[in-house]
Design a protein. Structure first.
Length: 156
């Protein structure tokens, strides 16, 4: 009988460790979605891709991060080398990462994309990747298309 409460506690911890804010939003709506048409804007774009996670990750959380890393390493080597694209796994539970957690408004395991265009910062949590973790090709193609848009300044 003592094992049942312990089992329920462990299940709760695993469940809540994987839950994140499910809103897929692009913050800073005061911009035109046609920024990508201006070539001078393209020179002033930097994209950050962060896989936020806790110390203990479920298999789905790990997969989201692994596939995001594979996407950027496969399709965006030049952008990573030049600093135009940044990718990192961020443990949101560590004190040294709290500034980044606060900047993005992270509430749980998640994939965030931050785009800087001419000094303005736009952030978005991408929840669609969670639905694609069982199909690697679909995941990589999807995230690749999103990052190509952000790197060109397209924010929609």
């Amino acid at each position: 009988m003592k094992t049942l409460p312990l089992l329920l506690l462990l299940i709760s911890i695993l469940f809540f460790g994987c839950v994140s804010n499910t809103q897929d939003t692009l913050i800073n709506q005061n911009t035109s979605t046609a920024l990508w048409q201006n070539s001078s804007v393209n020179d002033n774009i930097t994209v950050e891709v962060y896989h936020f996670h806790g110390t203990h990750q479920c298999p789905s959380c790990i997969k989201v991060g692994e596939l995001a890393e594979k996407t950027v390493n496969t399709y965006f080597k030049d952008e990573l080398e030049s600093g135009k694209l940044v990718y990192a796994h961020i443990n949101g539970e560590l004190p040294e990462n709290q500034d980044l957690v606060n900047k993005y408004g992270v509430t749980g395991s998640s994939l965030w994309i931050g785009t800087y265009v001419n000094g303005k910062f736009y952030k978005e949590q991408n929840i669609n990747v969670w639905y694609k973790i069982d199909n690697e090709k679909e995941y990589l193609d999807y995230l690749k298309s999103i990052l190509e848009k952000r790197l060109s300044g397209e924010l929609n």
